[in-house]
Design a protein around this ligand. Sequence first.
Ligand SMILES: Nc1ncnc2c1ncn2[C@@H]1O[C@H](COP(=O)(O)OP(=O)(O)OP(=O)(O)O)[C@@H](O)[C@H]1O
Ligand SMILES: [Mg+2]
Length: 251
Amino acid sequence: MVLLETKSLTKYFGDTHAIDHVDFSVAQGELLALIGSNGAGKTTLVNLISGLLRADSGTILFQGTDVTVMSVHDRIRAGIARSFQLVTVFDQLGTLDNVVLAIFSREGKTRRLLSLASSDHPVREEAFEVLREFGLESKASQPAGGLSQGERKLLDVAVAYALRPKLLFLDEPTSGVSTREKAPIMDVITSIVRSGKITAVIIEHDMDVVFRYSDRIVVMHEGTILADGRPDEIRRNEQVTITLLGTSPSQ
Ligand SMILES: Nc1ncnc2c1ncn2[C@@H]1O[C@H](COP(=O)(O)OP(=O)(O)OP(=O)(O)O)[C@@H](O)[C@H]1O
Ligand SMILES: [Mg+2]
């Protein structure tokens, strides 16, 4: 079942055709990898879908509803959430409080932000549960700034997950993280997708991660979709390997 669909979505920045008549779709329950060289248009596509940018033309349908001109907040309410290329956790706040904050913002309780320390019990309990799913419960009371880079990336994903989206976009969830710390991040993402709780789209440059974890790969190049298929199909796609890796599949 199609969860999200863009039709002829277009965004130009002056002469740069960042997104050029793109038909992109995400199926319910999949872990999709969006790949492509620097400047291919990956982040712009996610910015358009999450509402941070307004498209020049084209449409975005989420569960069949046209969300093309919806506000960011309404899209989050509808079930679309995203993390950013750079981590956005609050370093001075505790690890748990970062998740509490996300739950408050989901519930529109921004008034309560100043009284985090005495925040209500059900919200803290839910935040703890999220930290447990992400293996961060032992860090709950530590300031987020003291976490390792891998743990901060995990927390960043946990914060987006705490918005309880149906569709979660993760912009480079393993970038800047040691090889050893990549697997725990991807294992958690895979497990929440496999449990049926969310559908996830990851933007990723590490091809080992892409081919190991994704169900489907969409390859972007200069604002358009170059290829779309299962990992084994993408691996055999000559146009992709030449464009992306500078080699042909036989090499
Ligand atoms: N706000 C902006 N103003 C002008 N040009 C922009 C803006 N945002 C993106 N671009 C341009 O649009 C194109 C696509 O950029 P985008 O950030 O979407 O690429 P990307 O695939 O996410 O790349 P990377 O892998 O480096 O993150 C690039 O040429 C970029 O310079
Ligand atoms: Mg990007």
